[in-house]
Design a protein around this ligand. Structure first.
Ligand code: HEC
Length: 147
C-alpha cells in the first residue's frame, strides 16, 4: 500500500480526491431532483375526431375487460388508478382513469394514445387490432363511473 501511494504524486492524489468529491456532489443532486411532472401529451386534432366504431354495451365492456387485464392491468391497475404491480416502477406515473380530467378526453384521443404509446407506455399498434383498442376504451370508460 505504501509503495502504491509513493508512486502517486501529491497532485494525483488531489486530483483523485476532487473527482471523488465531484461524483459525490452529482449523486446528491440527482437524488434530490424532484420527479418530473408528466409532460402534456398532445394528440393531433385529426385523431381526436375519430369516433369509436364499437358500441358500448355489456358485451363490448366484458370483452374490453379481458383485453385490459391481459395488456394494461400490470401498470394501470384493476381500477385504473395507476397502481398495478408495475405501476410504480417508472418515473412517469401511468395516470388515473377514475379522474374526470382523464375521462373528459374524447375516445379518439384515448385511442391515439393507446395506439402510439409514449415511453414507458408501450404502443399497441401491433399487439392489439384497432377493434380491440376501441373495445378496451369501452371498459376504461366504466372506471370513471362513480359507484
Ligand atoms: C408498461 C406499463 C404500461 C402498460 C402495459 C400500459 N400502460 Fe398505459 N400508460 C403507462 C404510462 C407510464 C403512462 C403515462 C405516459 C405519459 O404520460 O407519458 C400511460 C398512459 C396511458 C394513457 C394516457 C393517460 C392520460 O392521462 O391521458 C392511456 C389512455 C393508457 N395509458 C392506456 C393504456 C391501455 C388501454 C393499456 C392496455 C392496452 C395500457 N395503457 C398499457 C404505462 C403502461
Amino acid at each position: 500500500m505504501k509503495r502504491f501511494f509513493r508512486l502517486l504524486s501529491k497532485i494525483e492524489l488531489i486530483f483523485f480526491f476532487l473527482i471523488g468529491a465531484l461524483i459525490g456532489v452529482i449523486t446528491l443532486l440527482l437524488a434530490f431532483t424532484p420527479i418530473p411532472q408528466n409532460k402534456e401529451w398532445v394528440v393531433p386534432s385529426e385523431a381526436i375526431k375519430k369516433s369509436n366504431p364499437v358500441a358500448s354495451n355489456p358485451q363490448s365492456i366484458a370483452d374490453g375487460k379481458i383485453i385490459y387485464i391481459k395488456n394494461c392491468y400490470d401498470c394501470h391497475g384493476m381500477k385504473g388508478k395507476g397502481d398495478g404491480p408495475k405501476g410504480g416502477d417508472f418515473e412517469i406515473s401511468p395516470g388515473n382513469f377514475t379522474k374526470e380530467d382523464f375521462q373528459k378526453q374524447k375516445d379518439g384521443a384515448v385511442f391515439w394514445k393507446i395506439s402510439e404509446g409514449r415511453k414507458p407506455m408501450p404502443s399497441f399498434k401491433k399487439d392489439l387490432t384497432e377493434i380491440q383498442r376501441w373495445t378496451v376504451i369501452n371498459y376504461v370508460r366504466t372506471l370513471g363511473i362513480k359507484k
